[in-house]
Every structure is written in C-alpha cells, then in structure tokens.
Design a protein around this ligand. Structure first.
Ligand code: H53
Length: 826
C-alpha cells in the first residue's frame, strides 16, 4: 500500500551565496531596509521571505501534481493547530539549516538569534492542537495529499505572566507585525449563513423542500500556511479561515420577522475568528464557540466541494472516493449536518443517498473520556443559530432510533443512552453521539484509551457496529522533537545509526547495542549536560536564579489540570523540603523540579495550584538550608518554543495522571525520545512507552484503572490517608499556614480542601505514598551513573513506535485509504 517510507532525496538545491543574496534582496526589496540598519526582527523576516520563495514553488508543484493526478485527499478538520515557530522547521525540512546558518554568519548575523524573533503560532491549547500540527508535518513528509482546515484566530492562546506567583493572562499577538508565512487567498473566499428561519415548501413532485433564510451572512477569508514535508518535496497547506463582515443584510428576512433576534446584531462578524477559547478539556458551552465551529466547517466544506466540482461537475458519485474528512474531536462535528444540508437541500439528493455519502466521508477521533470535555449544545441554541441543522439532526436521530429499536426492541433505556438528544430540563445535542453515528470510523488515541472508549463511553455503539471503534496511538514528529530541538543529540545519533532516522524512527533501535558502552554513555550524557546548561541559562534569564546542572532535572510540562496532578508533585516537593529541614543530612541527590503549565483563565483551582507552586518555589529557592539540594523553577508562558528548550534538558519526565484520565499524552513521548526517564502511572500512552522500554527503564507507580474504579466503588475516603500518613498530614496542614505566603494564612488552603473536603476526585492522596517511593527509586537510579545513562539511551532507542509517521500510516491503512503522490522536480 501507499504510505511507504519516503526517501531522503531533496527537491531544493540552493547554495550559501544564493541564500545570502536572497536574504539581502528581501531586506532591500521586501522590507525596505539595509544591512546596516536591520535589527534581528528584520533579518528574521528577510530570512523567512528567502525561504518562502522555495516554499511557494513547493506549494505550486504540489498542488499541480495533486490536481493532475486527481488524488484522493484527507481533510483534517481541527479547531486547533499548535504550530509553534516555522522558520527553523522549514529550514530543517528543506535541508537548508546549515546553508542558512553559514549564509547569515557571513552577513554577521546569528541564525539562533534570528530564530528567537519568531512569535509562536499558538493557535491551540495543548495536546490536541499540537497533535494536529505533528500530523500535518507527517502527512507532507509522507507525500500524502492532505489539507488542514481550521480557524485563523487573531489572538492565539494567551501569554502567561506570573505576578506575585499568580498567573496573569495577556493577549497573544502572533501577527501584530505581520506574518511572513501566510498567503491570503481572496479568490477562494466563502460565505457562511447564520440565524434566520427555515421555510418548508412543496416541490412539483410533492417533494418537501426546505429553505433556510439566514439572518446573517459572514465572509470567510482563507489564509494558507505552508506545511513543508521533510525533504522539501511535498508542501501541503494548512488553510485557516478568518471571518469578516459580508456587508450583507437580508431585508426579506427582516421583513418576515426572522431578524428580530436581538443576538444577531451582537454577533459582529469579525469577532468569530478573534480569539481562541483557552479551555483545554472543558466544553465552553458558549454561543460564539458554536459559531466558530460552524464557521470553519462550513467554509471548509464549501472549499472542498468547489475543488471537487472543478474536476467532477455535479456528479456526486465519486465524492466518497476523493474526499475523507477527519474530525479532530467533536469540535468540527457540525460538519456532518452541514454536509447533509448541502446534499439534501442544495444538491437535492434523496436522504438515503446523502446519508450514504456522509457516512463514508467522515471519521472521528475521540481524545477524552472526561465528562466535562464531551461537548453538548442546548437544542435551543442550535435552533437559533442553525435552525436547519437542528432539523437535520432530529431527522438523523429519528432514523437512528429506528435502527436501535431493531437491535434492542422496546428497550427505552438503551434508546435514551444512545439518542443524540439528551432529554432533561434542557434538551441537549450530544456531539459525540452525532460524531459516532455520522462517521465510518471512530478512534481513540492510545490502546488503553480506545479500550475505555469501547467499554465505558460508547459500549452500545460498539455492539451495534462492531469494528467501527478502533485505536490509533498518537505520535510526534521526530523532525521537530528531536532533530530540530536537540541538534547535539541528533548529530550523535547520526554517527551511530545513520542520518535517515528522522524518516524511519525505528532506526533508533540501533542505539540499543551501545546502551552499555561506556564511551557512548559518556557522549550521550555529555549532550544531556550541555542541554541542561542551556536550560539553566534560560532559567537564570527568566527567573533570576542559578540551578545546579549536576542536579536531576525533573520536568513536568503540560496544561494545568487536576487530573494531571501537578499538585501530587507539589506535595512531594513539600515533603522533601520538610525532610531536609527535619534532617539536614537527609540523603538525596540534588534535584531541580521544573514546571511549565498554563491554566484555563476560569479554572480557579488550577490557578491556585500555579500560585502554590510559585510560592513554595520562592520559599525553597531562598532557603539556604536546603537550596543546595532542592530547587523549584516554574517557567512562565509554557509554549512550543519553550518546550523545545526544556525537553532536551530533562532527566526525568513526570507523567503522573490518575489512571484512566489522560487519553494518551504526547509530551511523554517527546521527553522519552530525548532521553528522559519517565516516572508515571499506567495511563494513556505511558503503558505503551513502558512496553517499549521495558520495566527496568521506567518508574511505574500507582493505582491501575481497575484499582481506581474499585477504590471509588468501595467509597474512597481521602481523610483515611491524611490520618494514616503523617507526612501527608503535615504537608497538607502546612498549606493552611502562612509559611509560604507570609501574612496571608490560608492563601493555599483551597488545595487542601479539594483533597479532603471535596473528595479528592483524582485520588492524589491514594497515590501519594507510591509516588514518593517511586521518587526514591529515581534518586537511587540516578546516582548510579552507568545505570542511568543506559536507561536514558534505551528510552531514546525505543521511541520508534511513537513517530507521528506511524500514526499517520495507521490512519492511512486502516481509515483513510490514501495513496502517496510524489511531487517530482521541475
Ligand atoms: O489530546 C491529546 C492527548 C491528551 C488529551 C488531549 C486533549 C486536548 O488537548 C484537548 C481536548 C481533549 O478532549 C483532549 O488530553 O491525552 O494526548 C491528543 O490526543
């Protein structure tokens, strides 16, 4: 089949002097400045523009090739794409990194300083958005016809400042001074309808026809962001839609009374794409969010259909051969009734034919089991914003309920569970159900998660359609997450296993035979040490204090959420502090606990945990009695470009979520790939990481999913642990004093309350002792230098499975059925 491993042959050949000339040309002709005046920002833009010449040529060739071959393509619909910076990645993927480095050097400019000028493109919250970015990298690398569709947010995820220990949100402005990568495509503008009413008409043949008279129309303007595959052959695009007023006012609707809705006037067209909702794993339930979702789905479907019709006219029979749409979570699920509306109301296909098409086009990825993350929309809200879509959803549900009745005759309980409509005080539309019913494949994102999706979330759907629910374990792109972010390790690896591992990550297994080799161990750990020095410099610059690079760098980087249990790590840090105060000779290897995490602005406890980490850090870092052995660094504004600095420097990777809660995790893969050893629970992809590296090379602790369930079923009592374990008690009581917050007793008390009075939903106290023991094992292992080096090497060696190329191969073979379409020179 199709998705073969690509070869390394490159499509771009430009030498140093040509590159230099191109940069200077853009400095003069694009930016109107010159070498003497230009600052790093100008050099960055000029370098991007020089690259963009190559990129645009790549896009042109790719699109021409795909058009001429009339390829089947995957359309990745996602409300989030967390791209990070593009220059370094594009240089790497075109194989021009060294060329650019030398060229800029000759111009007296440092490439690494120039790279720092680029603002992160943070159009996503966390894992789900970053996964989308890794996937489009792999798709381009594997020469697969693909397009990402999303929203051109004016403001991406907020910038986090820490003031007095607390998180402050500031607006992100990734394109305030222009973005050199994006290409506006006015020729492909689309219009999207909202609000209004539905008219029922009777056609000549007695056929009932529905006509939606919208109350509001907005324009969608496409901006294309290039997605350069490794080797620079295929350059796909990420198409992001910006909303604009259409200047269109429907007098008919107004006169017919359909425009009376006060809200309509409130929805300024431009606000739709103004800002990314900063909630990760919580459903916002806001009208604007639903409008955002519909807006980008409607624009994207029109775009797909326009392209299809260019090749196939009004003949819908080949649509399912050409188009597959992957729904990244339920955020784009409204695309299902939208496609039905287009097929039934516009193209006038009969329902069954339209449904037959729809259910062969969509596939859905579930990323969570957390109830608060499963989207539901009030039927009334849908009726107001998308009246025709609500009718269509009712019809889908009506027909589906008949199918359920055939399978489970007369069973109303099962019907209530499976219905797209949840009855109650307020009727709700369950987007997860709609997604499962409207898709031909549904996947979870790690083995355990996919099993739980089948067993707990959608058991009857699995019984109804055996085989539809499946697993595709997540992955990460090794181009960004090893080659680009860890050049020293990459070079060392090149020498041992050859330079083509970025395309075939299983090649890293070749390192295994050196895991016990003293010389290699030394080289490997020297690279780690260098990376730790770089991070130490970053910590010094950002936080103002020194850290010992001989200490264990223990890293926890991810969104702040109770289920991820940063507060479990915090309790343990406080316990170490206490042990050191009680016994100055307490035997531990020096450790620096390093955090990066943003909290959703409305998530009070998550913000309290950030505050607590910072307050505890202040105290410890300034306490001369302990700070030779213990330090805590909370690096503000965690984002992709900061991750790229933290990950190569980590010794220990904290993956300590409550079992059954983290669908997969991808930070776990990035850290292990860079030689960090995991301390983690049997959750998400940690399980598969443990399978790959073996039990000796990972520190697994804590309750399993079954044990979590048993404990909850038997009535979990967190107070039992509080009274039983004096350390837990002491540390929790400490939080209530003003020791860490002088003059403000109780400022950290909400954490204690959540763990005791509010029931400790995520079993922090139940796992505490096991975690603390596992940390002692980590300490012991680290002191044995050879043992540690071996563990670290094996972690890198065994991460082959977690390349996003493998995930994409799984999608291609099992779900998308795509063929690669190589783009040739010329
Ligand atoms: O998706 C990641 C997983 C991770 C999961 C995350 C995620 C979001 O970032 C946002 C919403 C959501 O439902 C899930 O938490 O475990 O690795 C990619 O699959």
């Amino acid at each position: 089949m199709s998705a073969k491993k690509p070869n390394v042959e490159r499509n771009v050949t430009i030498n140093k002097s040509e590159f230099k000339a191109a940069v200077v040309k853009h400095l003069h002709c694009t930016l109107g400045t010159d070498e003497n005046k230009a600052n790093n920002h100008a050099w960055w833009k000029a370098t991007c523009s020089a690259m963009q010449e190559q990129v645009l040529e790549g896009i042109r060739k790719t699109q021409k090739t795909h058009y001429l071959n009339d390829t089947r393509a995957v359309h990745y619909f996602s409300a989030e794409f967390l791209m990070g910076r593009l220059l370094s990645n594009n240089l790497q993927n075109f194989g021009l990194f060294e060329v650019a480095n030398d060229a800029l050097n000759e111009l007296g400019v440092s490439l690494s300083d120039v790279l720092e000028e680029e603002p992160d493109m943070a159009l996503g919250n966390g894992g789900l958005g970053r996964l989308a970015a890794c996937f489009i990298d792999s798709l381009a690398t594997m020469e697969l016809p693909a397009i990402g569709y999303g929203i051109h947010y004016e403001h991406g995820l907020f910038r986090q400042e820490i003031q007095g220990g607390a998180q402050i949100e500031r607006p992100d402005s990734w394109r305030d001074y222009g973005n050199p990568w994006e290409i506006c495509r006015p020729e492909s503008i689309q219009e999207v309808s909202l609000y209004g009413y539905v008219e029922t008409k009777y056609g000549e043949n007695g056929r009932i026809q529905k006509e939606w008279h919208p109350g509001h129309i907005v324009k969608g303007i496409p901006w294309d962001i290039p997605v350069v595959g490794y080797g620079g052959k295929t350059v796909n695009v990420l198409r992001l839609w910006q909303s604009k007023s259409s200047g269109y006012f429907n007098w008919d609707v107004f006169n017919a009374g359909g425009y009376v809705d006060a809200q309509v006037e409130n929805v300024q067209a431009e606000t739709i794409s103004k800002v990314l909702y900063p909630n990760d794993e919580t459903e916002a339930g806001k009208e604007l969010r639903l409008i955002q979702q519909y807006f980008f789905c409607a624009c994207s479907l029109k775009d797909i259909i326009r392209r299809y019709k260019r090749a196939h006219g009004d003949d819908w029979s080949r649509f399912i051969d050409q188009v597959v749409i992957q729904l990244n979570d339920t955020h784009p699920a409204i695309a299902i009734p939208e496609l039905m509306r287009i097929l039934v109301d516009r193209a006038e296909l009969d329902w069954d034919r339209a449904w037959g098409i729809c259910t062969k086009v969509f596939a859905y990825t579930n990323h969570t089991l957390l109830p608060e993350a499963l989207e539901k929309w009030p039927a009334r809200m849908l009726e107001k914003i998308l009246p025709r879509h609500l009718e269509i959803i009712y019809e889908i549900n009506h027909r589906f309920m008949k199918e359920v009745d055939k399978k489970w005759p007369g069973d109303n309980a099962v019907k209530a569970r499976l219905s797209i409509i949840e009855e109650g005080n307020e009727k709700m539309v369950r987007m997860g159900h709609l997604s499962v019913i409207g898709s031909f494949a549904v996947n979870g994102v790690a083995e355990l998660h996919s099993r739980l999706v089948k067993q707990n979330l959608f058991p009857e759907f699995d019984a109804l359609w055996p085989g539809k629910l499946t697993n595709v374990t997540n992955g990460i792109t090794p181009r960004r997450w090893l080659k680009a972010c860890n050049p020293a390790l990459s070079k060392l690896i090149d020498k041992k296993v050859g330079a083509d591992w970025p395309l075939d990550l299983k090649k890293l297994e070749g390192l295994e035979k050196y895991a016990g080799n003293k010389t290699f161990q030394k080289q490997f750990m020297q690279v780690k040490q260098q990376n730790k020095q770089l991070l130490a410099a970053e910590i010094k610059e950002s936080l103002g204090f020194d850290v010992d690079t001989n200490a264990i760098f223990d890293v926890q980087i991810k969104r702040l959420h109770e289920y991820k249990r940063q507060h479990l790590a915090l309790l343990h840090i406080m316990a170490l502090y206490r042990r050191l105060l009680e016994n100055p000779d307490y035997d531990m290897h020096p450790r620096v606990f390093i955090f990066g995490a943003k909290a959703a602005p409305g998530y009070k406890l998550a913000k309290d945990i950030i505050y607590a980490i910072n307050k505890v850090a202040d105290k410890i870092n300034n306490d001369a009695r302990v700070n030779q052995k213990l330090k805590v660094a909370f690096l503000p504004n965690y984002r992709v470009s900061l991750a790229e600095k933290m990950i190569p420097a980590a010794d220990v990777s904290e993956q300590i979520s409550t079992a059954g809660k983290e669908a997969s995790g991808t930070g776990n893969m990035k850290l292990a790939l860079n030689g960090a050893v995991t301390i983690g629970t049997l959750d998400g992809a940690n399980i598969e990481i443990a399978e790959e590296v073996g039990d000796d090379n990972i520190f697994i602790f804590g309750l399993t999913v079954d044990e979590v369930n048993e404990l909850k079923a038997s009535g979990y009592k967190p107070y039992d642990y509080y009274y039983k374990n004096p350390e837990i008690k002491a540390v929790l009581d400490w939080l209530e004093t003003d020791y860490f917050t002088p003059g403000k007793p109780g400022a950290l008390a909400s954490i204690k309350q959540s763990l005791l009075d509010h029931g400790d939903q995520y079993l922090v106290l139940a796992d505490y002792e096991a975690y603390s023991k596992a940390q002692e094992e980590v300490d012991k292992a680290y002191r044995d230098k050879e043992r540690w080096a071996k563990m670290a090497i094996i972690n890198t060696a065994k991460m082959g499975k977690f390349t996003s190329d493998r995930s994409i191969r799984d999608y291609v073979e099992r779900i998308w059925k795509l063929n690669a379409c190589p783009v040739r020179k010329g």
